[in-house]
Write a protein that binds this ligand. Structure first.
Ligand SMILES: O=C(O)CCC(=O)C(=O)O
Ligand SMILES: [Fe+2]
Length: 313
């Protein structure tokens, strides 16, 4: 069988995954991360071989989708207020973290999401017009935590409750068709990125300067976050607009369903999400999200799965 980056578990495989996780993984709680993640690593060793083949195909492709993963038998209503589901330990927390360990270290960055390693993403009224995951408007092309050197290598999104309108979009940096003069501007270290407001740290510096593209021409890395970029001239504005236009011409669409886990390389792809209309009645779209880090030089800085906001490289 040829390996593919989109794979749906059979019923038997889904039950195998659930049994391994239930036997090995203690309930998630922020202050007991080590026993939790060690349980996830043990459960990962018992996952079906087809998930390992899928992982290898995802590493090759920079993105992939795993379908029909187990979900909590009793799903709580989608929360309405920020952090409202954070004290709940769900099977879904264990599922996303277990699959996440196949790609590197599941972690969080100091100051983010009150230290919860597994983020709950659902619409929040106060955020509806922002560029946060909790908005309802179009989320423009971006990478996660663009401003941070310890930004995730991989991002996982696990769908607990879907919305037929919301489409998650992924574009690989290697597929962007850009004019040579634009590429050379994007490779200059000149783009100012602001720290986003989900970080709750006092007195932190407000921004960093970064190139948009770096690395080999045939497999470039990308750092992009237009909503948090301070454009200082038309060269920067034109270059970033060209990236957004190229992404419109070279992306993959995913309308996530319950039990779908979308995984993508956050250093080699950009992602976006279309607008949708939340009802705010407990039935709205709900995702779990984890950050995953893989270069050992960066993972060496983690303490109980937390990357310090500041560290010496
Ligand atoms: O809602 C989505 O599909 C993606 C949201 C997003 O960009 C994120 O959570 O990082
Ligand atoms: Fe995002």
């Amino acid at each position: 069988m040829e390996s593919t980056n989109i794979y749906a578990l059979t019923e038997g495989q889904r039950q195998m995954v659930e049994a391994a996780i239930c036997a090995q993984v203690p309930p998630y709680c922020t202050s007991m991360f080590e026993p939790f993640i060690n349980g996830c690593r043990t459960a990962a060793k018992q996952l079906p071989q087809s998930i390992y083949k899928w992982r290898d195909a995802v590493v090759e492709a920079d993105f992939g989708l795993l379908r029909n993963l187990p979900l909590d038998s009793e799903m709580p209503a989608t929360p309405l207020v920020r952090y409202a589901a954070d004290s709940l330990s769900m099977l879904a927390d264990s599922v996303i973290a277990t699959v996440g360990t196949l790609f590197g270290e599941v972690y969080n960055i100091e100051g983010k999401a009150r230290g919860r390693h597994i983020h709950n993403i659902y619409p929040i009224k106060a955020d509806e017009s922002t560029q946060l995951g909790s908005s309802k408007v179009d989320l423009v092309w971006h990478v996660e935590e663009a401003f941070h050197v310890g930004r995730p290598t991989w991002l996982a999104l696990f769908c607990l409750r879907s919305d037929a309108e919301a489409v998650t979009r992924i574009a690989r940096a290697r597929d962007l068709d850009l004019p040579a003069n634009v590429t050379s501007a994007l490779r200059e270290c000149r783009f100012e990125l602001q720290v986003d407001e989900t970080y709750a740290l006092d007195g932190q510096p407000g921004s960093v300067i970064s190139p948009v593209l770096s690395g080999a021409a045939d497999s470039p890395e990308i750092v992009l976050d237009p909503a948090y970029t301070v454009f200082r001239d038309s060269v920067e504005q034109t270059a970033v607009s060209a990236v957004l236009k190229a992404a419109e011409a070279a992306h993959h669409n995913f309308r996530l369903r319950e039990g779908d886990l979308l995984l993508f390389n956050n250093r080699r792809t950009i992602h976006a999400r279309t607008a949708y209309q939340p009802r705010m009645d407990g039935s709205d779209r709900w995702l779990k999200r984890v950050f995953i880090l893989s270069p050992p030089a960066l993972t060496a800085h983690l303490l109980s799965g937390i990357m310090p906001f500041h560290f010496a490289e």
